[in-house]
Design a protein around this ligand. Structure first.
Ligand SMILES: Cc1cc2nc3c(=O)[nH]c(=O)nc-3n(C[C@H](O)[C@H](O)[C@H](O)COP(=O)(O)OP(=O)(O)OC[C@H]3O[C@@H](n4cnc5c(N)ncnc54)[C@H](O)[C@@H]3O)c2cc1C
Length: 509
């Protein structure tokens, strides 16, 4: 069935990538239709309830994926307006300059990007303004050249300030973590402490719904369809042009079209849509002459550390203010043991028991009250055999290979030692696996060579002149900082290009 609608641009996905492109195109006269499979997240008490969010997985998708050995799992995927930023931890880092270049490590090669730091710098600044990022320039020893932040950083609470002093005594240079929170005397944030992995009921979190989509909906040319799940794209066999988008709008199957299609369904789902769109003429799926679509799946090596001081409860309400990048380029005697260290949000007993259900409640609650919680993040090196695959019956298989894991483990061991020296007699660890693909990227990689990449430097599909892919799928390598700001910056860059293109078309018409 065809819907009586004639958009100029179809954007698939209302997350940070799709929202950023829409932001750039709004006001050009182009009629923009955003298709989002999820709905608006309800504002309700359960948003901040660890029992509801973790134990009951109230907001997580109910779909099931499987590992290569057939084990099924319910992935940590969230389908709502605003995408994963509804639940993200608001850490908004720029890539380091070195992340853009090719680098060889014992565990593999970190692929170079077809763009450099100068290409993204203005768009990073724009993304920071849009999301209201607060930070302090000059504190992070690996920080790329930048102007001061518009907003002062969130101050440390006493326990975190004390932690920073202890790390400094060991020769480290902890700094204020850049964060997209509306904090301060007039700010909406009330330091309830449930940011990381929770939605904010006060709209204090700079997420893609509050900062991009909601303001855009005031615009007459922007339309959002929720409950609109795209299943496949249709391409013209001759010139590759995308001529149709097939979706289920509620229970209604539709096919719609537009001169321009922007795919931003998240790294895994965008790859699945392209793979599902295979035809006789394009049996590997769309945008996939190179065979890379679905491959090079990365997610960061993520290990949580709980530093426990049995005699001291931790009353911190908003701990996510501190980060350490001293080992971003490796330990002095081990360049492969590298990564970023940053505070996690408060880990509560309910969160612990959702992962370790055998643990008695009283012990989990005690741990939650006495710990300071960190995240060690290392680069996940790209590997063509790390992939998302579509099986018969539309089953989704994740064959994840963690590239460079050994270096990450040595980095974590080092950080545990450092935290013990900083006064934590017990440091527990927990590794996050691909079941929670929170930093998924790489599955529709960009590159200069159409033989080894799906997208060019502006995220345009090499094989399809009117198709752009702007979610985390475009990352050629994952770096070791959180991805959202880079997705936003590159999508704003792509959107700027499309805006110029659109204005030229409109002027000529
Ligand atoms: C708990 C958690 C904490 C995180 N913390 C941080 C952090 O502190 N800092 C940071 O930088 N990053 C963080 N991240 C990661 C960050 O949220 C993501 O990298 C980012 O939001 C990805 O944006 P995206 O636009 O690529 O994709 P998504 O956010 O996944 O957006 C894709 C959108 O497309 C929709 N969609 C999917 N399939 C279809 C379909 N078939 N049809 C129509 N619509 C579809 C989805 O519902 C979604 O709205 C965190 C993630 C999680 C889960």
């Amino acid at each position: 069935m065809n819907q009586d609608i004639a958009p100029d641009v179809i954007i698939i996905g209302s997350g940070v990538g799709g929202g950023a492109v829409a932001h750039q195109l709004a006001g050009t006269g182009a009629r923009i239709l955003i298709l989002e499979r999820g709905d608006f997240l309800p504002n309700e008490p359960q948003n901040a309830d660890p029992e509801a969010v973790f134990a009951q997985a109230r907001y997580r998708t109910t779909e099931e994926w499987q590992h290569a050995d057939g084990r099924r799992f319910r992935p940590g995927q969230y389908y709502h307006v605003g995408g994963h930023t509804k639940f993200y931890g608001t850490a908004m880092f720029r890539l380091r300059d070195s992340d853009f270049g090719e680098q060889a490590f014992a565990g593999g090669v970190s692929t170079g990007w077809p763009i450099g730091p100068d290409d993204l710098r203005p768009h990073y600044a724009m993304a920071e303004r849009l999301f209201g990022v607060r930070g302090q320039a000059g504190g992070d020893p690996t920080e790329p050249a930048r102007d001061p932040y518009d907003h002062a950083p969130i101050p440390h609470e006493p326990v975190i300030a004390d932690m920073a002093d202890r790390l400094r005594q060991q020769g480290m240079r902890p700094f204020h973590m850049p964060s997209a929170i509306d904090y301060g005397p007039q700010g909406a944030c009330q330091r309830c402490g449930t940011c990381d992995a929770f939605a904010c009921r006060l709209d204090a979190k700079g997420d893609a719904e509050t900062r991009l989509i909601r303001p855009l909906l005031k615009h007459p040319d922007v339309t959002l369809w929720t409950g609109a799940k795209v299943t496949r794209l249709i391409a013209n066999d001759c010139d590759g042009e995308i001529t149709g988008v097939e979706l289920m709008h509620g229970n209604t199957p539709l096919r719609i079209s537009a001169p321009l299609v922007v795919l931003s369904a998240g790294a895994i789902n965008s790859a699945l849509i392209l793979l599902r769109s295979a035809t006789q003429a394009m049996p590997q799926g769309l945008a996939n002459r190179s065979g890379v679509v679905g491959r090079y799946l990365m997610n960061h090596h993520l290990t949580g550390l709980m530093g426990v001081r049995p005699l001291a409860a931790n009353p911190t309400r908003f701990p996510k203010t501190l980060s350490v990048n001293d080992f971003y380029h490796g330990l002095p005697d081990d360049p492969d043991a590298r990564g970023n260290l940053q505070m996690l949000g408060n880990i509560s007993g309910a969160m612990i028991r959702s992962t370790y259900p055998q643990m008695p409640r009283v012990m989990a609650d005690w741990l939650g009250r006495h710990s300071i919680d960190w995240l060690c993040m290392s680069e996940d090196l790209p590997d063509p055999d790390s992939r998302v695959r579509l099986l018969p019956g539309d089953r989704v298989q994740i064959e994840y290979a963690a590239g460079g894991r050994e270096g990450h483990d040595r980095f974590v061991r080092h950080m545990r030692r450092q935290l013990r020296r900083a006064g934590f007699p017990i440091v527990l660890r927990h590794s996050f696996g691909i079941e929670a693909p929170s930093h998924q990227c790489g599955t529709v990689r960009m590159g200069a060579d159409p033989a080894t990449s799906a997208l060019d430097h502006l995220c345009r599909a090499h094989d399809h002149p009117n198709l752009f892919v702007v979610d985390g799928g475009f990352f050629p390598s994952s770096a070791a900082v959180n991805p959202a700001l880079t997705i936003a910056a590159q999508a704003l860059r792509v959107g700027e290009h499309l805006r110029h293109q659109w204005r030229q078309i409109a002027a000529a018409a």
